[in-house]
Ligand binder design. Sequence first.
Ligand code: MTE
Length: 309
Amino acid sequence: MPAYRYPVPPAHEITPQAAWLNRRALMAGLGAGALTGWGGGALAGLSLPEVADWPGSTDEALTPFEVATNYNNFFEFGTGKEDPAANAHTLRPSPWAVEIAGEVERPLTLDIEDILTRYPMEERIYRLRCVEGWSMVIPWVGFPLSLMLEDAGLTSRAKYVEFFTLYDPEQMPNQTSSILDWPYREGLRIDEAMHPLTLMAVGMYGEVMPNQSGAPIRLVVPWKYGFKSIKSVVRIDLREDRPVSSWEARQPREYGFFANVNPEVRHPRWHQATERRLPDGGRIRTEMFNGYAEEVAHLYEGMDLTENF
Ligand code: MTE
């Protein structure tokens, strides 16, 4: 685990670093979960291997762990921001497997335990901006999705990737509601999926992924609105044709396939020019591609981003 080198923002905004480190030490001693309120299920025998530092991390102030894990969107556990933390204890992150299928040379099924030891883990501090207008800064632990896709070997017909969340109303009780067409599905174009910033995250804040944050493994695409970052992934399908995500299927005018953070393209019901940095950082200007334009703008050259929003 890298030495923590978080900036220390104003005291009212964040758990002081000393308290954070102290809690980490306590958790190590007591067994994590005892103090965190994320429910012992999240740990289900899983632990992170060594995690390397990643030089590209943002140095903005971290969102406190308590905020990042108590203000969530995870509709499988309810539509309120506090529902996932309250209800996601029913999710069992182990045993868990991720299947990679479709247009691949070698279809693969990997147990979460294999994934945790097979891929080199890095801590990457990324911004996450939700289409609803709030944003956070989170230290994820994960590895580039490209490594997994390369293991499966892409065929020349692999143009898109479709991701599926678990479907199991026993573990995810709100899947009995009709708010979305379950299981939650998301998609990327193959160049987006293979981009080195596209992360499969297995942890955050130095610990395995809390249930409400998408245990045991989720996608994190830092230049796209949060809804693209699908949680609790069980299947990754390579396809020739463009998939339709759950949100796009429900409200195509509001949730486009590309979902790139773009202050110049309005959501039909509100502007996207600014965001509220949680917990109470006030409103800040939203940056094109969530601040990752230098790395990703070339993927969209020649595309009309008001059409392809
Ligand atoms: N993944 C699943 N399976 N179900 C969901 O409801 N919500 C999405 C995304 N991934 C969602 C999901 C939305 S709308 C956002 S903004 C992010 O998760 C929120 O991630 P966070 O709760 O870790 O901040």
